[in-house]
Structures are given as C-alpha cells and as structure tokens.
Write a protein that binds this ligand. Structure first.
Ligand code: PEP
Ligand code: MG
Length: 592
C-alpha cells in the first residue's frame, strides 16, 4: 500500500530506489558492491566470522562452572541458535549473491529484516530476543573486521524509470534509511553507493543535513518514524525538494516522479552552461559566489561549478569521526597543514577561507561516544563548549591549528575565520593566540603567509555589537544557521520545532541586514555562509539587502548564479526595504 512520510527538504532532486535500512549504530559498517567473482569469498568471510563466534560460545560453555546461573547457559544457547538459524545464514547469502553486497552490509541488512520480525512478535520474551540477535551480529562483525575484502566496486548506475519498471536486479539505486546519521558518518558516504538518504530526526540546517546537501543527492531529514515504517528493500521515492518520502509507490506515481526526475536532470544540464558566466546583475553589480566545503578534496567540485573561492572550509570535519581511544584522536599540525595545503592548492590561486574548528552541539567529535557524553553531561550542548569556546579552552590544540593555517597561507591566499565569537575577551584571546602562533613559527624558522582575519556573526550578541567586531576584523561572515537558532531559540537539529525555524522572521532579517549595512559602511566585506546563501528563494532578498558575497554548497552555486543574472539590485533595494519593514516578511515578499 502506498503511503507518504513528510520531513524537511534537504537537497533538491528526486531519488527512486530500494530502501536500505541501517541502524544508526551501524552506518559506519562498510557498504560497497562486490564483483560477481568475489561472491564465494564474501560468503566464506561471513561464514568464518560466524564459525569463530560459535567456537567462542562453545569454549565459554565448556568453561562454565557447574553452578553457573541457568539464565546464562540458556542465553548462550539462544545465541548459538540465532547464529545457526537458517534465516540468518541463507538471508545473508542471498544479499551477497543477488545484490552483490559486501559481507558486512549483507549481514547487517539481514539482521534488520530479522529484527523487524522480532519487533512484530506477540510474545514479549521472543520480542526481547532482538537484542541478542544484535549482540551476536555485532560479534560476528568484530571477527570479520580484520578480514575485509579489498574495496573495489562500482557505484550503481542510476537507472531510468523504464529500467526500474522492467527489471529489479543488482544495480537498482539504493536509498539509505536510518533513525539518525552523525555528520561524520554522513561524510563517509561521499563516495557511497546511495542515491538518497532519509532520516527520522534532524532539522533542515542540522549538520547532518548540511553534509547530505553537500553530497548533492536527494535527502529528507526529520521524516519521523520512517525507519520504523519503511522496511528493508521497500521501493521508495524521495522528493528532496518537497521533503516527502513515498513508500511503495503505485506505477502511476512512479511514472510521475520518473518524469520529474528527468526534468530535474535537464535543468541541471541547462544550469551547467552558466559555469563560466561571470555573476553580474542586470545593473552591473559583481557578486561573489563562493563554496562551502568540508574536506580539501571538495575544492575540485567547487571549481567545477565556477566558484570564485572557498567562503567556508568547515575544518572540524578533519577532527571528526576519529577514534577517541587512540593517541592521535585529533589531527596534529602536519596532518592539518597537509589538508589546508591541499585545499589552497586545489583552489588554484583563488582565496580559501578556513574556519577554525567548530565542534560541539550537533557536531560531536565521535559519532557515538561523544553524543552520549554530550547528552548526559550537557543539557544544552548548543549553548555549551562549542567552536571558539572549545578552542580557547585548549590553547595548545588551538595554537596547533593556527600554526597549520598560517603555514598553509604561504602557498596561496587564505582567510582565517573564527566561529561563535560573542565577547570582547574572546576576541582579545584569539588575537593574542594568533600572534603567539606567528611568533612560534618565527622562532622555528618556518615559513608562513599573511591572512585576512574574519569573524563569524552567528550569535545575536555579536550582531548587536558589530562596532567591536569591525574594529578587530577584516571581514565578517554571517552564519545564518546559528544566528537563526540563537535568535529564535530553536534547536536547528530538532525536527519537532523545525516549523519554527524561520529565516524570514523579522528579527533575523533585521540582524542580517544590519550586519551587511554596518560592515559595508566601514568598508569591510560581508559574506553570508549559512544555508540562506544557497537558498534560491532568498537570493533576491539578500541582494536587495546589499549582500554581494554568498558562500554555499557547490551544488547550489549555478542556481543562485541564475538568480543573480536576472536581478536588478536598484529595484531590489526598495523592495527589500519594504520586506524588512513588514510585519510578515514572507507574505510581503510575494505581495509586493
Ligand atoms: C552557520 O552557523 O550558519 C554556519 C555557516 O556554520 P555552521 O553551520 O557550521 O554552524
Ligand atoms: Mg555556525
């Protein structure tokens, strides 16, 4: 039966494919396709992992004292039974043989199928066996870890609508469905096999959504209960623009969305022609269209859509998803330096704005451990030790990053951007540490380059004390994602208040407009690097407010450029003023 689930739209486009349900704790399990010639080896790998766990349990049973509690012996029997269950073994084999999933992926897929069956059982005792199943699978995965097959596989071809209706075999697009995916795990999917994503939780500007957007494939977040309502292998459609997920679509719906999908592809081809067209408005205003990137390698993508620089390199992604157990759980100076150099050289002489690390809140260093820690230890992580606060709390770590950035600046134009500043004392400490980093490099005799220094304006307190910021910084960058969150007291990652997260709230518009106006009045450049900058429905308004520098995901640049090319800023200025003064700006935008 067809049904739909609504969430927040993250990335434009339509994806049609089969659901791959992944438990949040297992999204970091490798997902790739194998070659047909590897089927036997992959099946053998799962078997070997399973046999190892069976042996382990037998050894435990043999070593069990006579007076051991009966529950314990019974539990081991259950684990053995689950491991040897035909449903598990034959199911896994089928995922590998029919779909060419790698061994770990096949095992977790089959586990999801069986876990669902346990969930639906009437008997409470049997329902609870789901946890045992998860435990044994976890142990098999652990045994298999050392025996991973070489990763060599193709991303599935995106099938056409006709293909989809005709055949249903190996390379059908796959759509990941999970309760939650951390930003770090989402980043791993950059080279992934997935044609789309759906998560139960998250807001439109949560960091998971931001990374999903950078993957430039359709995604919907905050689609509550989707990981419970959708089953492994269900056919689903994601409408990334409307924020809708359609489950088990009828042939008519499939045909309609297939058509929409092709229209979208045509539109992209058309937009691609604007790549080398300078972004100049009808009245001759030059507009800077910069890229937001997460990894140095994204520079190539930025150049491919004609970005004229990087307006925001979220350096925290270099710090995330590393094991907190190991010594090098933070990147050292050389590792960071190499990464910044790759971004600088990758942009071929165009400026790169490197933002110092902004972890905390919905960007935990490690996807699981820290999230639990955060939730338990800090009730309001978004108001806690985040971004510059985290950096200033660990000056040695901050100095390491500053030295790496300053050294990379010797190889090309670099802007140094500081997140989440609100206090004069933080500005002073930051500037002092930048001086200290330079002095340390001088002492070491190491080369470094000049940097333009910028502050993120993303806390209302900063937007209300711009004079101070303009005295100390060369440029400002408005982080609208956080500015909206903190102005409206709406957690950007919480889907239950996503409807109140409003970029067009008069208070938000007032703060953005003032920042642009005051910055320009002092001859300083002002850019917007929050998601508002990449939202084509807001381009005209921001231009009318005087903005001339937009930084966004590369995937948005050409569509925003199209808006710029059609705009007349003289007319837009008067119109934007009316919108800014309106009680209901959203309504004023359409009626005036
Ligand atoms: C912002 O807050 O708008 C911003 C660009 O930074 P981030 O989304 O990484 O918090
Ligand atoms: Mg921010």
């Amino acid at each position: 039966m067809t049904f739909s689930i609504h969430g927040s739209a993250v990335a434009r486009g339509i994806a049609i494919g089969r659901a791959v349900l992944v438990a949040s704790s297992r999204v970091d399990v490798a997902h790739y396709f194998i070659e047909a010639s590897q089927i036997q080896a992959e099946v053998a790998r799962v078997r070997a992992g399973r046999d190892a766990v069976v042996d382990e349990i037998h050894r435990l049973q043999a070593a069990m004292p006579k007076d051991a509690p009966q529950e314990l012996t019974a539990l081991l029997d259950v684990h053995l039974m689950l491991l040897q269950d035909e449903m598990l073994t034959s199911g896994v084999k089928q995922w590998i043989t029919d779909r060419l999933y790698n061994a770990e992926w096949a095992l977790t897929s089959q586990m999801e199928v069986l876990a669902r069956q346990f969930d639906e059982m009437e008997d409470e005792y049997l329902r609870e066996r789901k946890a045992d199943l998860e435990q044994v699978v976890e142990r098999v995965l652990r045994y298999m870890r050392g025996t991973a097959a070489p990763v060599a596989h193709s991303t599935p071809r995106r099938k056409t609508q006709q293909d989809l209706l005709l055949d249903d075999t190996v390379d059908v697009p796959l759509i990941l469905v999970a309760h939650d995916v951390s930003p770090a795990d989402m980043l791993q999917f950059k080279q992934s096999v997935f044609a789309g994503f759906v998560t139960d939780v998250g807001g439109k500007t949560s960091h998971t959504a931001i990374v999903a957007r950078s993957l430039d494939i359709p995604a919907v977040v905050g689609a509550r209960l989707s990981s419970q309502l959708i089953r492994q292998d269900d056919w689903i459609i994601i409408d990334g623009e409307a924020g809708v997920v359609i489950v088990d679509p009828s042939p008519i719906i499939l045909a309609e969305y297939g058509f929409k999908q092709r229209q979208g592809e045509l539109e992209r081809t058309r937009l691609a022609r604007l790549r080398n067209t300078p972004a100049i408005t009808l009245d001759g205003q030059r507009v800077e269209l910069l890229a937001n990137i997460e990894m140095p390698e994204d520079a190539a993508n930025a150049l491919s859509v004609g970005a004229t620089g990087v307006g925001l390199f979220r350096s925290e992604f270099l710090f995330m998803g590393r094991s907190t157990q190991t010594q090098n759980h933070l990147p050292d100076e050389d590792e960071q330096y190499q990464a910044y150099v790759r971004a600088v050289l990758g942009m071929q002489g165009l400026p790169v704005t490197i933002r110092t690390v902004d972890v905390g809140a919905d960007k935990p260093l490690d996807s699981r451990h820290d999230r639990t820690l955060n939730d338990e230890a800090h009730l309001n992580p978004a108001l806690g030790l985040r971004a510059i606060r985290w950096s200033l709390a660990d000056p040695a770590m901050f100095l390491t990053q500053l030295r790496a950035i300053l050294r990379a600046a010797a190889l090309g134009p670099v802007n140094l951007l500081i997140p989440m500043l609100a206090h004069l004392s933080e500005i002073r400490q930051t500037l002092a540490l930048i001086d200290q980093a330079r002095a340390e490099l001088v002492q070491r005799g190491q080369a470094f380059g000049p940097v333009r220094l910028g502050a993120m304006i993303e806390i209302p307190a900063a937007a209300l004390t711009l004079k101070t910021f303009l005295r100390y910084f060369d440029f400002l960058s408005v982080g609208t994602n956080d500015l909206i969150q903190y102005t409206l007291a709406i957690d950007r990652a919480d889907e239950s208040v996503a409807h109140l997260y409003d970029p067009l709230h008069p208070a938000v518009l007032h703060l953005v407009a003032e920042t642009i106006a005051q910055g320009h009045a002092q001859g300083k450049s002002v850019s917007v690097c929050g998601e508002m900058a990449g939202d084509v429905s807001l381009t005209r308004l921001l231009l009318g407010m005087g903005l001339r520098s937009f930084s966004m995901h590369p995937s948005q640049i050409l569509a925003v450029k199209q808006e710029v090319l059609r705009a007349d800023t003289v007319k837009l200025r008067a119109w934007a003023q009316k919108v800014l003064e309106a009680e209901d700006p959203a309504e004023a935008m359409t009626s005036t």
